[in-house]
Design a protein around this ligand. Structure first.
Ligand code: SF4
Length: 714
C-alpha cells in the first residue's frame, strides 16, 4: 500500500468488500492501463476490512476500468422526448427541475412528485432525498430499486421481529453446522460470502450445506444436498421441514413459550404438510425432504441465507417469514453460526433501508404509518406537526401505473436504470414515454433510461464523492473520494440540496460536506434498532469500518452487539417474535397449455445488474459476451432445438430471443435467462420484456423470478 492508496468499499454487491485503490502511476512502476491503453486506478482487496479480509471477485477487481467510460459530463435538457438533448448550465437545469416541482405541487399536489432511487446511492444521498421529499415536500413518493430486490426481506423481518434488520454477521459463516441456502446463487452473486462458507464447509466434513434452487447452479454443485424444487414451492418445502421437526419433537418449546407468539396458528398450518404431499408438490423425493429436515434437526447451529429467489415473489414476505419460522421453532437465532440472513443485493441497499429509502418507511427504521415515528421525525427536522404524510408513497410499480393515469406529474430517477430492470418492460417503457417530465440523474450516458428523460443531471459516482455504505452484515464503511468528478458531475446529495434551496428549504439543508449530512442522520437513528449514533465520518476514517448497532457512548440505552436478538427479546410491541402462518399459494402465473414453461431469471458471476458499468469492462464482456437461455435436454429435444439455436421466448407481455444453452443444470419444464441485457447491449434479448408485475401484497415486490412462457425455435 502506497501513501496515496485509498481504502474504500466495492460499489457493486451487498457483500461489501473492502478495496484499496492506488493511482495509475506509481514511482518506479509502469503505468497501469486497460486494453485500450487508458490509465486506470489499481484495485486490490483490503486485508484490514473486517467483512472481506482482502478478498474480491472479478467485479471489484475490475471496477476502475469503467470509471472514465461513457460518462455523462454536463447537464442536458430538452422540451420533449422527440427532440435531441442540448447542453445546459447547472443553473438552467436545476431551475427547470425546481420550477417543474413547484408547478406540480400547485396543480396536482405533493403526491404527484416522485423520486426513484437506488441501492447505489450512498447513505448521505439517500438521507437528503428523504428529508426533501418526505419532510419538506410532504410526499412519501421516494421508492428505489430495492423494491425489486430486498423489500420482501424488509417486510418479513418487520412482521416477524417488529423491525427490519438482518440479525446475523459474516462470522456466522465460519462456525455454522448447517448452511441452508434457498433462492440464492451465492457462488456467483455473493461470491466472497460463498468462498468464506465453502472454506469452512470443506475444512469440516460434518458441516452440511443444503441448496434449494430449481437450477443446479455453481452454488448447488457444492452442496451436500441439492433440492431442485419446482418453482413456487418454497413454502411447501419449508412447511414440510417444519412438519417433520415438529413430528420428531426437535423443536425448542422453551424458546417458543418465552420468546415468540402465534405458534398455535403456525402449528395448525404445518400439520397439512406431511412429507408425501410436500415431496410430490416440490418434485423431490421424501428421502431428500427427510434428509434436509435431519440436517436441520441434528445441527446445533443452522444459518439460512436467501436472496432474490425468495424475495422476488408474489408471496415473498410469506417465504421470508416461513424461513424465519424454522429458526424460531428451533431457537436458531441470536447465537453464533445461526439465524436467518438475507444477502443484500446492492452495495448500499442496507443504507437505503436505514435512511427510509422505500416509500413506506422513514429514516431510522421508522414507518410512515406510525404516528409516533412521523412525529419524531417532524420534531427532529423542525417541521410543523402533520407535515409528513401518513400515507405510504408510490412503490416502483405504482409509479408506472401513476404515469399511465397521469397521477404522476414529475419523475426524478437517480442512479438506476429502470428501462431494463422493471418488470413487464414494454408496458414500463410505454409509461415512461408518457411521463410529462422526467429527470434522470446518473453517472453514465448513454443508458436505456436516458432515452426517456427531459433533463439529464451528471452525477459523481463512487470514487468521486465521499460517503458511507452499509453492507449485509451491518458494517458501515467510509468510501472516500479519490478522483475528481469528470466534467461538471456533482455528488447526488449536493444536487438534491441545490434543488431544495431553489424550493425555499435552504435552512433545512445547511450542509457543506457529506460528513455534516452523516452527523445529522446518525442522530436520527439513536435508540432505534439500527442505532449508529456513535458513528461519524471522522471515526470511520480513524478506526475503519464499524458495525451497527453502535450507540454513542452513555447516550443510548442500546448496547453495541455483533448479532441482533441475542437475549431472545425482539423490537415488537410485546417483545416477542411472531410466527407467520402461511399456506403456499404457488406462482402468480403458473404454466398452462398456451405458455407451458416457467421462465426464471437471474444474474451471472461477472455482470452487475443492467451492465451500466460491467458492460464497459473488457474482461467481463469476454466472460459473458451474450445473453442465452438455459433449456433442459429433454425440452430441447421436444422442441428440436440444438445448442446455440435461436429460440424465441413468448410471454403474455412480450417476446425476446436468445441462443439456446442446452444443459441438465436446469430442470425440465423450466428455463433460465440472465437479466443483464437491455436494449443497449443486445437486440430483443431483454428478460424483463417477458416478466410480469404481480407483486407480494405485503412487500409490493414483483415476481421477477417466474412467469409462464412459450418457446418457439426461430
Ligand atoms: Fe464487490 Fe460483491 Fe465482488 Fe465483494 S463480492 S468484490 S462486494 S461484487
Amino acid at each position: 500500500m502506497t501513501t496515496d492508496t485509498t481504502k474504500t468499499l466495492c460499489p457493486y454487491c451487498g457483500v461489501g468488500c473492502g478495496l484499496e485503490v492506488s493511482p495509475p502511476a506509481q514511482p518506479g512502476k509502469a503505468v497501469n492501463r486497460d486494453s485500450q491503453g487508458t490509465p486506470i486506478w489499481k484495485v486490490q482487496g483490503d486485508r484490514t476490512h473486517p467483512s472481506s479480509q482482502g478478498m474480491v471477485c472479478v467485479k471489484g477487481a475490475t471496477v476502475a476500468e469503467s470509471l472514465s467510460k461513457d460518462r455523462l459530463l454536463y447537464p442536458m435538457v430538452r422540451d420533449s422526448l422527440d427532440e435531441p438533448f442540448r447542453r445546459a448550465s447547472w443553473e438552467e437545469a436545476l431551475d427547470r427541475v425546481a420550477s417543474r416541482i413547484k408547478t406540480v405541487l400547485s396543480t396536482q399536489g405533493p403526491e404527484a412528485v416522485c423520486m426513484y432511487g437506488s441501492g447505489q446511492l450512498q447513505t448521505e444521498d439517500y438521507y437528503v432525498a428523504q428529508k426533501l421529499l418526505k419532510g419538506c415536500l410532504g410526499t412519501n413518493n421516494f421508492d428505489s430499486n430495492s423494491r425489486l430486490c430486498m423489500s420482501s426481506a424488509v417486510a418479513g423481518y418487520s412482521q416477524s421481529f417488529g423491525s427490519d434488520g438482518p440479525p446475523c454477521c459474516y462470522e456466522d459463516l465460519d462456525v455454522t453446522d448447517c448452511a441452508f441456502i434457498i433462492g440464492s446463487n451465492t457462488a456467483e452473486c455473493h461470491p466472497i460470502i460463498f468462498n468464506r462458507l465453502r472454506k469452512h464447509h470443506k475444512k469440516n466434513p460434518k458441516v452440511k450445506m443444503i441448496v434449494v434452487d430449481p437450477r443446479k447452479t455453481t452454488t448447488a454443485e457444492a452442496a451436500d444436498l441439492h433440492l431442485a424444487i419446482k418453482p413456487g414451492t418454497d413454502i411447501d418445502l419449508l412447511n414440510g421441514i417444519a412438519h417433520l421437526l415438529m413430528r420428531w419433537g426437535r423443536i425448542d418449546t422453551f424458546f417458543i413459550d418465552e420468546c415468540t407468539s402465534n405458534f398455535p396458528a403456525y402449528a395448525e398450518v404445518i400439520q397439512h404438510y406431511p412429507p408425501e404431499v410436500v415431496a410430490k408438490r416440490c418434485g423431490i423425493s421424501v428421502k431428500e425432504l427427510e434428509t434436509a429436515a435431519h440436517y436441520w434437526a441434528d445441527s446445533e447451529r443452522v444459518l439460512s441465507m436467501w436472496s432474490m429467489g425468495v424475495n422476488q415473489s408474489s408471496e415473498g414476505t410469506a417465504k421470508v417469514r416461513t424461513i424465519i419460522n424454522l429458526h424460531l421453532m428451533t431457537a436458531q437465532i441470536g447465537k453464533p453460526g445461526s439465524g436467518p440472513f438475507s444477502l443484500t443485493g446492492q452495495p448500499n441497499a442496507m443504507g437505503g433501508r436505514e435512511t427510509g429509502g422505500l416509500s413506506h418507511i422513514l429514516p431510522g427504521y421508522r414507518v410512515v404509518k406510525n404516528p409516533q415515528h412521523r412525529a419524531e421525525l417532524e420534531e427532529f427536522w423542525q417541521l410543523p406537526a402533520g407535515q409528513i404524510s401518513p400515507v405510504p408513497g408510490l412503490a416502483a410499480w405504482d409509479i408506472i401505473t401513476g404515469l399511465e393515469t397521469g397521477d404522476v406529474g414529475m419523475l426524478w430517477i437517480a442512479a438506476t436504470n429502470p428501462a431494463v430492470s422493471l418488470p413487464d418492460l414494454e408496458r414500463s417503457k410505454a409509461a415512461l414515454m408518457r411521463s410529462p417530465f422526467t429527470v434522470y440523474q446518473d453517472a453514465y450516458y448513454p443508458t436505456e433510461t436516458a432515452e426517456f428523460a427531459h433533463v439529464l443531471l451528471p452525477a459523481a459516482q463512487w470514487s468521486e464523492k465521499t460517503g458511507t455504505m452499509t453492507n449485509s452484515e451491518r458494517v458501515v464503511t467510509l468510501c472516500k473520494a479519490f478522483r475528481t468528478p469528470p466534467g461538471e458531475a456533482k455528488a447526488d446529495w449536493k444536487i438534491f440540496v441545490e434543488v431544495a434551496r431553489r424550493l425555499g428549504f435552504g435552512d433545512k439543508f445547511p450542509y457543506s460536506t457529506s460528513a455534516e449530512v452523516y452527523d445529522e442522520y446518525a442522530q436520527v437513528t439513536r435508540d432505534r434498532v439500527c442505532d449508529m449514533s456513535g458513528i461519524s465520518h471522522a471515526r470511520l476514517a480513524a478506526q475503519g469500518p464499524l458495525q451497527w448497532p453502535l450507540p454513542k457512548e452513555k447516550e443510548s440505552r442500546l448496547p453495541a452487539v455483533k448479532r441482533l436478538y441475542t437475549d431472545g427479546r425482539f423490537p415488537s410491541p410485546d417483545g416477542r417474535a411472531r410466527f407467520g402462518a402461511y399456506h403456499s399459494r404457488g406462482l402468480a402465473e403458473p404454466p398452462d397449455p398456451d405458455y407451458p414453461y416457467v421462465l426464471t431469471t437471474g444474474r451471472l458471476y461477472g455482470h452487475w445488474h443492467t451492465q451500466t458499468r460491467t458492460g464497459r469492462i473488457d474482461k467481463i464482456k469476454q466472460m459473458h459476451p451474450n445473453p442465452f437461455i438455459e433449456i433442459h435436454p429433454r425440452d430441447a429435444a421436444n422442441l428440436d432445438v440444438q445448442e446455440n439455436d435461436l429460440v424465441e421466448v413468448q410471454s403474455r407481455r412480450g417476446t425476446s430471443r436468445f441462443p439456446a444453452k442446452v444443459t441438465k443444470a436446469i430442470s425440465p419444464g423450466t428455463v433460465f435467462v440472465p437479466m443483464h441485457w437491455g436494449a443497449l447491449w443486445a437486440d430483443k434479448a431483454e428478460a424483463n420484456a417477458l416478466t410480469h408485475h404481480i407483486s407480494c401484497p405485503d412487500s409490493l415486490q414483483p415476481e421477477l423470478k417466474a412467469c409462464a412462457v412459450q418457446l418457439v425455435p426461430v
